[in-house]
Design a protein around this ligand. Structure first.
Ligand SMILES: CC(C)(COP(=O)(O)OP(=O)(O)OC[C@H]1O[C@@H](n2cnc3c(N)ncnc32)[C@H](O)[C@@H]1OP(=O)(O)O)[C@@H](O)C(=O)NCCC(=O)NCCS
Length: 385
């Protein structure tokens, strides 16, 4: 038994934000049907390198899902989608606001079709407010919620803004959306009622920014607070270069860390310069072993190839091997959280485009093989190529 194996999700998402949200539900066992146009969504081939016809981001963000192609702008495609809504629990989309309504699938329509449906509309700025119509990607929300300036200032207070690597402006809000969907499912279990969920990247990335609370309370950024009120026993640490060209990240903050540092350096007032000098004469492994031995939080700074090989991550079953319809066996990341009773897990690779079109239409709507062929011919759906 998987905790969500009685839940069906129609995943009308693209790129990172929405696909990640729906994958969280799929990992807990929901039947997630990713619906793309017959020509494939924009994230299928978003990056140059393709494996089995899909980009690495598609492989990362669409595990455990089925693929159905439907041209929703064709009247027959729209009708099929409406029939699917009637037999589903959740609908998620992350188009720019207005696109879902232009297709004829606003929440008013969805709830008419299925009053118990839970509908999540994911977007950059939400379904209301002055910026609602603006398109967005992760970096747009990161920029406006303050993260990009803060990242730059943490490197150099006078320097330019710096973007975070990867796209936490997608995965963070995507996780919030998945969490809200679980809350809505719980609400529906208790009341029988569906609802609409409006998740904005800008809202979520602001909620992830503790510097906003610093400013609300003190009118200062965390850096300004530290400068104005230096803590006498504040620790030292940071990113430190080692003799073999490697780097370590030491977080020797707090009184306990400072006491250890004083003892090790045999000085009353350890400074960052003293620390840098000592670490520069050690290899990366020596430095990590030393600080681990001292009980300080420390890490070697890895490239991803080293992350993949790390024995600890492997011992915690963070990698799985799955069979992809076109690319064969793939080693990929597993669901990260461990649970004693109802864990999430990666069971299947991302689907090939249209891999489950025939199966989904037959099993859920009783579409015959003959009718399916007609729909393919009419460009309403498609088969895997
Ligand atoms: C990501 C984003 C910038 C992409 O913009 P875009 O490529 O112009 O796409 P839009 O979402 O505006 O529109 C999607 C279009 O595809 C169409 N479409 C989507 N699925 C379809 C299907 N199965 N069949 C037919 N048409 C389909 C929609 O109807 C819409 O068409 P329209 O503009 O003619 O009404 C935009 O979707 C967006 O801002 N989304 C919200 C924020 C977000 O999630 N960003 C991505 C973070 S990873």
């Amino acid at each position: 038994m998987k905790v969500l194996d009685d839940i069906r999700v129609l995943d009308l998402c693209h790129v990172w934000f929405g696909p990640w949200c729906c994958m969280m539900l799929a990992d807990f066992g929901a039947e997630v049907i990713r619906i793309e146009p017959p020509w494939g969504a924009i994230d299928r081939a978003a990056e140059g390198a393709l494996k089995g016809g899909s980009s690495y981001t598609f492989h990362h963000l669409n595990l455990n899902k089925k693929s159905l192609t439907l041209n929703l702008k064709e009247p027959e495609g729209a009708e099929i989608f409406k029939e699917l809504v009637k037999v589903s629990d959740v609908v998620v989309q992350n188009f720019s606001p207005g696109a879902m309504e232009r297709l004829g699938f606003g929440y008013d329509v969805l709830k008419e079709l299925n009053p118990k449906v839970i509908y999540a509309a994911l977007s950059g700025f939400g379904q209301t407010g002055p910026y609602t119509k603006r398109r967005s990607y992760a970096m747009i929300a990161e920029a406006m919620s303050g993260h990009t300036r803060l990242t730059g200032e943490s490197h150099d207070p006078e320097g330019p803004p710096i973007e975070m690597a990867q796209a936490y402006g997608d995965l963070g809000p995507g996780t919030m959306a998945a969490m809200s969907l679980l809350a809505a499912l719980r609400y529906r279990d208790r009341t029988g009622k569906g609802q609409m969920i409006d998740v904005a990247q800008f809202d979520c990335m602001s909620a992830y920014n503790t510097a906003i609370t610093a400013y609300l309370l003190f009118g200062m950024t965390p850096r300004e607070i530290r400068e104005k009120y230096p803590m006498g026993r504040g620790g030292i640490g940071g990113i430190l270069k080692t003799s073999d060209g490697g780097w370590v990240r030491l977080a020797g903050f707090g009184p306990r860390g400072m006491d250890k540092m004083k003892e090790w350096m045999e000085v009353e007032e350890p400074t960052k310069e003293m620390l840098e000098e000592r670490v520069a004469s050690m290899t990366r492994d020596e430095a990590v072993d030393l600080f681990v031995g001292m009980g300080l939080p420390v890490a070697p700074i890895y490239h991803v190839n080293e992350t993949i090989e790390d024995p600890h991550l492997n011992a915690r079953d963070m990698f799985v091997e799955v069979e992809h319809g076109k690319a064969g066996k793939l080693k990929l990341l597993n669901f990260p959280v461990k649970m004693t009773e109802s864990p999430g897990e990666v069971r299947t690779a991302s689907p090939v485009l249209a891999q489950h079109s025939r199966e989904v239409l037959r099993e859920l709507l009783g579409v015959s093989d003959e009718r399916f062929e007609e729909l393919v011919k009419a460009g309403v759906t498609s088969k895997p190529m």
